[in-house]
Design a protein around this ligand. Structure first.
Ligand SMILES: Cc1ncc(COP(=O)(O)O)c(C=O)c1O
Length: 426
């Protein structure tokens, strides 16, 4: 038996000073999470001495794995030498913004913020400011961070006004949020016909917090048409998919351009970042150019921007996406074989460098949140996560979270991971 008293002792201390002993709820597992001592390439080493191949990858930002390539490290060090924060604009943030605008098809102007939460909160405000309308449409199971208007109960809310999904969120805030199932453009059409005061449809073009769940053919195209017909802005939340599904994100991969886009995660190379941007006429409404107020002490943080820009350049130079996508395909196809042998009722989802085994009852790939709810999520949470850790693999402790291959993973890692799944699923 591995001695896990290192993590247990830290958890006991953490419980005294941090709610639930963690800094973010998804990190909480029963009876206690492992604490990480260090990361190295595709691996983390825990405080209990376990060395685990990591597919959590910080919940998405670590496209390159743990540890920064020397070019990125040099850019970070140079920026620290030159000063960490100025509270004044820098050339670097202009270069970063130009880099993003050049690559993300619909992006004409952007604002740098610090998290994905801040990015989606600000994009919604910009959409409301631009249109003068209050309501937003979001997808059930779509996660856009932890701000009030998007913390809406999961149940089917077609044409019903949202109720809060968290204590502390005023009902009067979420009544502006309408929910529809993913991959159901007819539901969006019905909502837009019923309500004439919708500012935007906010959607992850590929649901990353419910699987992953890919859009059906034609779904995003219909959202584009419907929003245009009704004078409503289409906002793609590309916090997970940005710079991962393609250099220009999901909108490039699927060929549909939204009005506004949010980015985060990969864009900051592991440092905190968020971006919202899109159509010039909408972004010109953002302060100080316009009347939509948005501000932040740490926005455009020089160290983050230095790391993000240099790592995005590295991703392109080294064809990182080509590598991680092909490793992702190998993993998905190997997992399909494992599942067929061990648990034919399960199925494998994902795209590019993202993958997940769904504990489905019938082998049908989930198309929306309800389908994922029908999976054996309890087996995932209570048993499977621990079994995989014991097999030397770090997965997010939830059926709902996507898993990521990084540039640091190797074919041998994939082989060993397939053996671990085979062992745990048997
Ligand atoms: C699609 C999506 N949007 C927004 C967020 C919130 O980003 P952050 O955790 O950086 O606030 C997340 C986080 O997982 C996300 O997956």
């Amino acid at each position: 038996m591995t001695d896990r008293s290192g993590s247990k002792d830290l958890f006991d201390r953490a419980m005294q000073v941090m709610p639930g002993g963690v800094s973010s709820p998804v990190r909480s597992v029963e009876p206690y999470p492992f604490f990480v001592e260090s990361g190295d390439g595709a691996y983390v080493t825990t405080e209990d001495g376990d060395r685990l191949v990591d597919y959590c990858m910080g919940y998405g930002p670590l496209l390159l794995g743990h540890g920064l390539p020397h070019e990125v490290r040099e850019a970070v060090d140079a920026q620290i030498d030159d000063g960490v924060l100025y509270g004044a604009p820098t050339e670097l943030e202009v270069e970063f913004a130009e880099h993003v605008v050049d690559r993300v098809p619909s992006m004409e102007m952007l604002r740098l913020v610090n998290t994905g939460t801040e990015a989606t909160m600000s994009a919604v405000r910009a959409a409301r400011g631009y249109t003068g309308d209050d309501k937003i449409v979001k997808v059930e199971g779509g996660f856009h961070g932890a701000h009030d208007g998007v913390l809406v109960e999961g149940g089917s809310g077609l044409s019903t006004l949202g109720t809060p999904d968290s204590a502390g969120v005023p009902r009067s805030f979420t009544r502006h949020t309408l929910q529809v199932p993913f991959n159901d453009a007819d539901a969006v059409e019905r909502v837009l016909e019923e309500f004439d005061d919708v500012a935007c449809v906010l959607v992850e073009p590929m649901m990353g917090n419910c699987g992953p769940v890919e859009p059906d053919d034609g779904y995003l195209e219909r959202l584009r048409e419907l929003t245009q017909e009704h004078g409503v802005l289409l906002v793609f939340d590309e916090v997970i998919t940005g710079f991962r599904l393609d250099l220009g994100g999901a909108q490039q991969r699927y060929g549909v351009e939204p009005d506004l886009t949010t980015l985060g995660k990969v864009a900051g190379a592991g440092f905190p970042i968020g971006v919202f941007g899109g159509r010039r006429d909408v972004m010109r409404e953002v302060a100080p150019a316009g009347d939509v107020y948005q501000a932040g002490t740490f926005s455009g943080h020089p160290v983050t921007v230095a790391a993000g820009l240099e790592s995005l350049r590295f991703v392109e130079r080294e064809d990182v996406l080509g590598y991680v996508d092909s490793l992702g395909s190998k993993l998905r196809s190997g997992l399909s074989d494992v599942v067929e042998d061990t648990r034919p009722e399960y199925t494998v989802g994902g795209v590019a460098s993202i993958f997940k085994v769904f504990f489905t009852p019938d082998g049908e790939l989930p198309r929306d949140r309800d389908d994922v709810d029908r999976c054996d999520t309890e087996r995932w949470r209570r048993i499977f996560w621990t079994e995989m850790r014991d097999e030397g693999v770090f997965l997010p402790p939830s059926q709902y979270e996507s898993q990521f291959v990084s540039y640091s993973h190797t074919e041998e890692d994939v082989e060993e991971t397939l053996e671990a799944y085979d062992e745990a699923l048997r």
